[in-house]
Design a protein around this ligand. Sequence first.
Ligand SMILES: [Zn+2]
Length: 262
Amino acid sequence: MTTHGHARRLWALDSPTLTVQSETLLYGTSGEITIPVPSFLIEHPKGLVVFDTGLHPDAIEHPDRVYGSELAADLGIGGSKDSRLDRQIEALGYKLSDVTHVISSHGHFDHTGGLFLFPEAKHYFGEGELRYASWPDPIQSFVYRREMLDTVRTLDVREVPGDLDLFGDGAITILATPGHSPGEVSLVVRLHSRTFILTGDAVHLRAALEQEYHFPIDADTASAVRSLRKLKYLRESLDATIWISHDPDDWAEFAHAPGFYE
Ligand SMILES: [Zn+2]
């Protein structure tokens, strides 16, 4: 077993956006903020990996039908048909069935809406996520949807205790970063040119990472802050770049599909 492997390519898949009140992301801020909801596609010699499947692909055109009019109105979903996850993957020349591994940072609806697109893949969640998803604290109940659990029951799913080196070569590591939800995970992706840490929702905005400020509705705020520190220390020790899924500045700064990192 080598620990010096690399993933070949990383694409950030263009995505629909949400427009929400910024105080829902970071205390002490105000006004509306439009945030990306990306998925990531990673090519490795042993498999094709998706990290987070985003919103339901139909939500761009039919948000009311997918999420109900009340939630849909709060989400302010934006984007074009081309930002559907299935079209994004196909536009890169892959079939959906080419995807071998799907890692969900957690079970919230804006990270798991496309799980059903990958019935043949191996699926990964962090430990404790699915039990919590079926009986969350009231403040998080609106972000876990029954459809997600129904879909998960049809898939080959495993929950990862702690960290997991996905292919045994150090290229792609599932990293336990609980707090936002019990099973929240981040993903370390080592490429030839650089290393990224994809955070899912372990952190939502750059300011929160630097200030070590937890998210207003995290399931466990103390764990969430520990996970923020884990990310920061790992950034230092791996000389890695943290990519915060929902941060608009990160989305603007880094390349997205068809651009890629290798
Ligand atoms: Zn979340």
